[in-house]
Design a protein around this ligand. Structure first.
Ligand code: GDP
Ligand code: MG
Length: 296
């Protein structure tokens, strides 16, 4: 008698359903204009999604984003479909008066939670509520080498209360090796000193391997990145890079910058976790607050 029932196929049944449905991933970029936000997004997903503000023509003014805008794009790898929403925010602190420059950004994030909650609470709840909640916020820091400004601290603090925040040092090709090391250290200290609680989070039900992966990531944050959409030749092979007068910055070379670490983290190890944590940490917090307020 063969006792095989076959319920071990449940994982492939789940897999099949998930693949058919595809995945939704919503990423927001925050930071001053001209720090390479659009370029980095295009580099991360290896396709042109966002237009750069860089000038093709010297007579053109630098294009600044003045409103929050969302760009959607579907990309596919093998059978897996990823529906991307890229949320571009106005370069905060571009204005003369930066008072509350974070408000529209926070409002956007909250609005998506509210939208989701409303659809969840309808009598005929949809099976798959469209998810516009922001799963990850890439926070761009200029490569100044100075301490974070008070405005950066207060924006980081507010953001990290409502969304998974991942800080990156923009255009890190402008820092020397020593400067980069010192700057990373300084930013980590600033973040710790001000009690800013960044993604990734360790939850109680996580096992040792997940915890150690998170710890390793925390040791790298903030990622010192370089972005480029240009293809350059390195040892006869095409790669994404920046050609300078003195040489080539190879974006995918770990000795040149930490782009590869960022991509591994966001896409290859934590994509699902970013989506999950948005639902079970940030959205849950919002939901509880709203529902308790309703009761009163
Ligand atoms: P955004 O305004 O933050 O979206 O910045 P963009 O992505 O439009 O980039 C502004 C300019 O900076 C463009 O000319 C880019 O080519 C350049 N740029 C983007 N990323 C990098 C980088 O990592 N290093 C350097 N040196 N320049 C970059
Ligand atoms: Mg841009």
């Amino acid at each position: 008698l063969n006792g095989y029932v076959g319920f071990d196929t449940i994982t492939s049944q789940i897999n099949r359903k998930l693949i058919l449905r595809g995945f939704q991933f919503n990423v927001m970029v925050v930071g001053p204009s001209g720090t390479g936000k659009s370029t980095l997004i295009n580099t991360l997903f290896s396709t042109h999604i966002m237009n750069s503000s860089g000038r093709d023509n010297i007579d053109e003014p630098i294009r600044q984003t003045t409103e929050i805008s969302v760009i959607s794009k579907v990309i596919q790898e093998n059978k897996v479909q990823l529906r991307l929403n890229l949320i571009d925010t106005p370069g905060y602190c571009d204005q003369i008066n930066n008072d509350k420059c974070w408000e529209p950004i926070i409002k956007y994030i909250r609005d998506q939670h509210a939208l989701y909650l409303r659809r969840e609470l309808t009598a005929h709840r949809e099976k798959n509520i469209p998810d516009t909640r922001v799963h990850c916020c890439l926070f761009f820091i200029r490569p100044t080498g100075h301490n974070l400004r008070p405005i950066d601290i207060s924006v980081l603090k507010r953001l990290s209360e409502v969304v998974n925040v991942v800080p990156v040092i923009a255009k890190s090709d402008s820092l020397t090796i020593d400067e980069r090391l010192a700057f990373k250290q300084q930013i980590r200290e600033d973040i710790a000193k001000h009690g800013i609680h960044l993604y990734p989070y360790d939850l109680e039900d996580m096992d040792e391997s997940e915890r150690s992966l998170n710890a390793a990531v925390r040791n790298i944050i903030p990622f010192a990145v370089v972005g480029s959409e240009k293809t350059v030749m390195v040892n006869g092979k095409p790669t994404r890079g920046r050609q300078n007068r003195w040489g080539i910055v190879d974006v995918e070379n770990e000795n040149h910058c930490e782009f590869v670490y960022l991509r591994n983290f966001l896409i290859r190890t934590h994509l699902q976790d970013l989506i999950e944590m948005t639902a079970c940490v940030h959205y849950e917090r919002f939901r509880t607050k709203q529902l308790l307020a309703l009761k009163e």
